[in-house]
Ligand binder design. Structure first.
Ligand code: NAD
Ligand code: UDX
Length: 452
């Protein structure tokens, strides 16, 4: 078969690379309107950093994996078309700040309707509000001239940083479609693609609306766990309990389970906040304000946590950070990715810049251009310096803040760092990565999230 994916981003690129890798009989073309992104996918410097991605792209690119800006050509040839374009939170008009902005999805549907010469299977890979498939179908079927389209929902559950592992051995693949003979046949075609490497019992099939809603629900539940443990972290700090110990104690209850209980400076990433806002908007739209308020609290708690961290830094440092050098270790929203979307670091840095601190920022994978863009400043801004490593960032600093849990921050020589910092030297571990008692033995004034 010929497979086309519209959208060569964090999901489209890795997902299609894995399909091409596992299904040598299919030709997979990933298309995008962004020429620079496509050029990067065709170069040695891929636009997405994911452990293991380079090898898979290199092994398959030019064989049965292609990256192109010829969107029309790829649509015409394809049997199956994945929509993997961005669905950010709407910033204008009705639902601004909450509803999903569906303009990119709609543009793709119109483009398919315009150029496809025969019926196709169109797969929603993007995360979408429940019942979006209905709109996609209406656009495709108006003016269809007898062409028959089948719409499937196949949400993606990969997490960044572990995308290739998640794609290779997913907990489940979810496929929703119309429960008609044609719909079921389309579902079966997509099941067959995944069945090349995913055990059949892990491929779940359902109707369109359940599939669309399952994705929003999964992200809401995951984010809710983080907000729950972060809420407890504030209580731990007030009472002397240790949030890691509390998380361990509750996580051994098999009904609760140990995953996603790591207290932090707040969840980031392109998905959690956007998808919960989307869920909140849907609940309001369907006349369920109490349900909307319940899920909205997950985001409110996350905002509280990010600013609580900044306030704590300020309070510990004698209520002034003005003119003090503060090292920021980590800017990505989690380790093993160069993605900074909604990273807690953006908010913490923003708070500290308002207090006129001098920030020395180091991240192993995020570019200086990206950091400047995220902070809304230009490279000449005197308050922000981008450093080449953690030692440069902490030289003569009053405080160091760990905001991303990169493994290399565990292996730093903290004795050396302490010796080159201003005294008293503060270390704020926003990821609970380090042993606080060891840091305090060195001489640091050290604190972590929910650990006093
Ligand atoms: P992204 O911004 O990295 O990539 C989207 C790409 O689509 C961009 O390169 C953009 O240029 C392209 N695009 C937009 N409109 C286009 C058009 N009309 N024609 C061709 N290309 C177009 O986004 P992403 O992180 O890959 O996310 C894509 C979708 O997957 C979103 O709905 C997101 O919620 C969902 N998702 C993301 C993740 C994740 O970890 N990033 C995980 C699961 C699901
Ligand atoms: C998330 C979902 O996990 C994934 O299934 C979905 O497809 C996309 O959204 P992602 O945002 O890439 O994936 O990463 P994830 O591992 O979920 O982490 C999100 C944020 O939560 C990060 O900032 C991370 O540091 C934080 N986090 C995660 C915590 O603070 N504590 C935890 O216990 C887990």
């Amino acid at each position: 078969m010929k497979i086309c994916c519209i959208g060569a981003g964090y999901v489209g690129g890795p997902t299609m690379a894995m399909i091409a890798h596992k299904c040598k009989d299919h030709a997979v073309t990933v298309v995008d309107i962004n020429q620079a992104r496509i050029d990067a996918w065709n170069s040695d410097d891929l636009p997405v950093f994911e452990p293991g991605l380079d090898d898979i792209v290199r092994a398959n690119r030019g064989e049965n994996l292609f990256f192109s800006t010829d969107i029309d050509g790829a649509i015409k040839e394809a049997d199956i078309i994945f929509l993997s374009v961005n669905t950010p939170t709407k910033t204008y008009g009705v639902g601004a700040g909450r509803a999903a902005d569906l303009r990119y999805v709609e543009k793709c549907a119109r483009k398919i309707a315009e150029v496809a010469e025969e019926g196709k299977i169109v797969v929603e890979k993007s995360t979408l509000p429940v019942r979006t498939a209905e709109s996609v179908k209406r656009i495709l079927e108006s003016n269809c001239n007898g062409r028959k389209f089948q719409i499937l929902s196949n949400p993606e559950f990969l997490a960044e940083g572990t995308a290739m592992q998640d794609l290779e051995a997913p907990d489940r693949v979810l496929i929703g479609g119309d429960q008609t003979p044609e719909g079921l046949a389309a579902i079966q075609k997509l099941v067959d693609v995944y069945a090349a490497w995913v055990p059949r019992e892990r491929i779940l099939t359902t109707n369109l609306w359940s599939s669309e809603l399952s994705k929003l629900t999964a992200n809401a539940f995951l984010a809710q766990r983080i907000s729950s443990i972060n809420a407890i972290s504030a209580l731990c700090e007030a009472t002397g309990a240790d949030v890691d110990e509390v998380a361990h104690a509750i996580g051994t209850d098999s009904r609760i389970g140990p995953k996603f209980l790591k207290a932090s400076v707040g969840f980031g990433g392109s998905c959690f906040q956007k998808d919960i806002y989307n869920l909140v908007y849907l609940c309001e739209h369907f006349g369920l304000p109490d349900v909307a308020a319940y899920w909205n609290a997950v985001i409110e708690m996350n905002d509280y946590q990010k600013h609580r961290f900044s306030r704590r830094v300020l309070a510990s440092m004698f209520n002034t950070v003005s003119d003090k050098k503060i090292a920021i270790l980590g800017f990505a929203f989690k380790k093993d990715t160069n993605d900074t979307r909604e990273s807690a670091a953006i908010y913490v840095c923003g708070d500290l810049l308002e207090e006129q601190a001098n920030l020395a920022i180091y991240d192993p994978k995020v570019s200086s251009e990206q950091i400047h863009k995220d902070l809304g400043i230009d490279s000449a801004n005197p308050y922000v310096t981008i450093c080449k490593d953690a030692y440069e960032a902490t030289k003569d600093a009053h405080a160091a803040l760990i905001l991303t849990e990169w493994d290399e921050f565990k292996a730093l020589d903290y004795q050396k760092i302490y010796e080159q910092m201003q005294l008293p030297a503060f270390l704020f571990d926003g990821r609970n990565l380090l042993d606080l008692s060891q840091l305090r033995e060195i001489g640091f004034e050290a604190s972590g999230i929910g650990r006093g």
